[in-house]
Design a protein around this ligand. Structure first.
Ligand code: SAH
Length: 400
């Protein structure tokens, strides 16, 4: 159990202090000169410059590419349980002040570095909290965290979705299951902006649902109208349900996952829209081409693909992929209709994504107007000193 007392020091290489001083919360192994003390994964450590000047304090994992997650730049701040409790309360207060829980009982309570709690994600789904612990320090605090979250929110249960690859990179084993209280059912229902959705916290993507798209679903809805809307990369059809409420006659959910499509149909039914969604199981790259060849047209299109660029090495390919689906969508949408298009690759900046859309518009021979720029929901705030916290970007476009 961390007591908050630093057990050792991590010495930063000469000339590499700047990132720490500019409050980037990750100290990479390439910037580490050496270590002092018997440092175990999860220990609290001080970060010092080569001449011994104190720079910051954080949690260590000598086995990681990021040996220190910095949690404070204040030498008087102890990284103990009191600190943890305080930061959890602050995160909860921030969410309450955003009035996210209004008509919505599914939201991100803790977004790691952006809530000054590196290594911790906590998402609320109605009566359950789902946590992801991605550092040994948070792993040690597993039980403590569960007790604190119980005190803070009084949920029915705390559940862990520790099957993400960030855990593997930190040499932590995958783990999925209840931590405290009741075990969540195979599927639970949540309310988002007054709409209901089935969520599978055991096996669903991320912690069960794309909470980061909540604000965008609301903003995009008024544009998703007409006879026929195409929701490509639909997952469990959340955009479709919003479109139907906004007045779309029919929405086609397109996804490679038959299971996601089944849940999408149930989500439509849960809101009284049965019979108004169609499921199309297939690869969007091929299906969009087929639509083009057959002369199909849509009144609005949503494109929300998975992360095409998880690493820099595949960035070029990813950009080709984004361009490909976007130029096809620009061809398929009726003149004067709307395309809502996203990229959740952190490697692709909003500027770069806009350039891709520019190239796509040229190829599609369409004039495209950006009406709104979209980003991740406000319960996934972007920390200015940590650009990596921004990953989702989107454009709401009118295609002429
Ligand atoms: N818009 C959704 C989230 C989409 S996640 C929401 O708000 O809930 C991306 C989805 O794309 C996943 O469901 C995945 O199964 C699907 N997918 C991945 N590759 C695909 C492809 N080539 N064609 C169609 N769907 C694909």
């Amino acid at each position: 159990m961390p007591t908050g007392e630093p057990v050792g020091k991590i010495i930063v290489k000469q000339g590499r202090e700047e990132a720490v001083q500019r409050r980037h919360p990750w100290l990479f192994s390439g910037s580490v000169e050496g270590m002092e003390g018997k440092i175990q994964p999860g220990d609290v450590v001080d970060v010092v410059s080569h001449d011994g000047t104190w720079l910051a304090r954080g949690f260590a994992n000598p086995q990681s590419e990021v040996p220190v997650r910095i949690a404070t730049w204040n030498p008087d701040e102890r990284l103990d349980e009191e600190w943890l409790w305080c930061r959890l309360q602050q995160a909860w207060r921030r969410r309450q002040e955003l009035s996210i829980p209004d008509e919505t009982d599914a939201f991100r309570l803790v977004y790691a570095e952006s809530d000054f709690l590196p290594g911790l994600i906590a998402d609320c789904y109605a009566d359950f909290v789902v946590v992801q612990l991605s550092t040994p320090a948070m792993e040690r605090w597993r039980e403590t965290l569960a007790a604190m979250l119980t005190e803070l929110l009084n949920p029915k249960g705390i559940f862990e979705r520790g099957d993400m690859d960030t855990r593997l990179r930190e040499k932590l084993p995958p783990r999925v299951g209840p931590v405290r209280g009741e075990t969540p059912p195979e599927r639970l229902t949540i309310t988002e902006n007054g709409l209901r959705f089935w969520v599978d916290v055991w096996k669903g993507h991320k912690t069960g649902f794309y909470l980061d798209q909540r604000d965008n679903r609301r903003r995009a809805a008024p544009y998703l109208m007409g006879e026929r809307v195409l929701n490509a990369f639909s997952y469990t059809g959340s955009f479709a349900v919003y479109a139907l409420r906004a007045g779309a006659k029919e929405v086609i959910n397109l996804d490679t996952s038959a299971e996601a499509l089944r849940l999408a149909e149930e989500n439509a039914a849960l809101n009284g829209f049965e019979g108004r969604v169609r499921s199309l199981e297939g690869n969007a790259f091929q299906v969009l081409r087929k639509f083009r060849d057959e002369g199909e047209r849509f009144d609005a299109i949503v494109l929300d693909p998975p992360r095409f660029a998880p690493t820099k090495a595949v960035l070029e390919n990813a950009l080709r992929g984004y361009k490909d689906i976007n130029w096809l969508a620009m061809r398929l949408v009726k003149q004067g209709s709307y395309l809502v298009t996203f990229s959740c690759s952190g490697m692709v900046s909003p500027e770069l994504f806009q350039q891709v859309l520019f190239a796509a518009a040229l190829d599609a021979k369409r004039e495209v107007l950006i009406l709104e720029r979209l980003t991740q929901s406000r319960d996934h705030p972007i920390l200015l000193t940590f650009p990596e916290s921004e990953y989702l970007k989107g454009f709401l476009c009118r295609v002429e």
